[in-house]
Design a protein around this ligand. Structure first.
Ligand code: SF4
Length: 87
């Protein structure tokens, strides 16, 4: 995992996040979450990401730091894995 340096500029984008103040549980699946429950949660998270002004910064962070869990930048962990392997 490669985290950005502990400089405020590296994390400032999070101040603009559309998900700021949202329950983190909307973006991370529970161990026993399956099927429609998971699909409903992921669609709701992606809806928030769609209007997020820092979506590209969020996705870049998730790809750079190899975030293995949750919806980041509008993509699930599986979608980020596919994106990483394609490019
Ligand atoms: S893209 Fe989605 S997960 Fe990332 S900061 Fe914006 S709302 Fe949050």
């Amino acid at each position: 995992m490669r985290l950005p340096p502990a400089l405020a500029e590296s994390w400032d984008w999070q101040l603009e996040a559309a998900c700021r103040g949202t329950d983190p549980g909307a973006f991370f699946y529970l161990d026993n979450e399956r099927g429609e429950a998971r699909g409903t949660r992921v669609r709701a998270a992606k809806l928030i990401c769609r209007s997020c002004p820092v979506r590209s910064e969020c996705l870049e962070h998730a790809l750079d730091s190899h975030e293995h869990h949750g919806v980041w930048g509008g993509l699930t962990e599986e979608e980020r894995r596919v994106l990483r392997s394609s490019g």
